[in-house]
Design a protein around this ligand. Structure first.
Ligand SMILES: [Zn+2]
Length: 135
């Protein structure tokens, strides 16, 4: 997954889970927040402040928060982790959970290696020429 999305997801989980607020977690969140560009963080924080999730998982090509179907182009970009996307409808950052990353169309199939067969063994078991050993 996009590193940025990973940060946002961790921050979101932290914000939504009041129990996880240990000093260690707080330090980790500070670190993660420092790695997210300010405008992205600001937008994300606004969502959280309104009690919404700032991040929406994409499942079966659909935003799980508002159920908007994404275009295949957007999906492909998400799968390739080339760019970050906002849901057109609910304005959340979209991410593909790792388990969703099995879109066969997005992944180029690796070609099988051209016929590399194991060398045929031509050695024949012992020709009987023992008689010549003692002459
Ligand atoms: Zn949405």
């Amino acid at each position: 997954m996009f590193k940025l999305m990973e940060h946002l997801l961790a921050i979101q989980n932290y914000q939504l889970n009041a129990r996880g607020h240990t000093p260690e977690a707080l330090a980790e969140m500070k670190q993660r927040r420092s790695e997210v560009p300010a405008p992205i963080l600001a937008h994300f924080d606004r969502m959280i402040a309104r009690g919404k999730k700032g991040l929406a998982a994409v499942r079966d090509g659909v935003c799980t928060e508002c159920h908007l179907r994404l275009t295949t182009g957007k999906l492909a970009d998400l799968a390739a982790a080339k760019d970050i996307w906002l849901c057109d409808n609910c304005g959340r950052y979209l991410y593909l959970p790792a388990a969703e990353k099995v879109d066969a169309n997005a992944i180029p199939k690796s070609k099988p290696l051209p016929g590399k067969r194991p060398a045929a063994k031509t050695a024949r078991p012992g020709a009987r020429n023992h008689s010549r050993m003692i002459s």
